[in-house]
Design a protein around this ligand. Sequence first.
Ligand SMILES: [Zn+2]
Length: 109
Amino acid sequence: MDHPTCAQCGYELSGLAAAGRCPECGRGYDLDTGQGTTARRQPWLVRHIRTLSLLGLAMVILGCSGLLSLVGRNAVSLVLCGLLFAGVTLAATLLSYLSEKEDQRKAEG
Ligand SMILES: [Zn+2]
């Protein structure tokens, strides 16, 4: 197993004794048999949940400012404001994605 983690809490067990207890939650593990561990990669959705949340937030902001501009009197500034916030959120999305890629690269060595 490349990167065994605790089956209970996901604590990274590589570099620890071949068998023992998880320092994080105390669950027993055995790296030789794989008991109490999991080397399964997280699904893509889980790995990128933060990025996806930020992306969703940006879409919501855009959508709301678009809807508000339809009913509001100051449509142009509403849209500009929405674009500004959505832009900031999209920048955060990009940073989040890059850091997730970096984490993944580190995890895969
Ligand atoms: Zn644990």
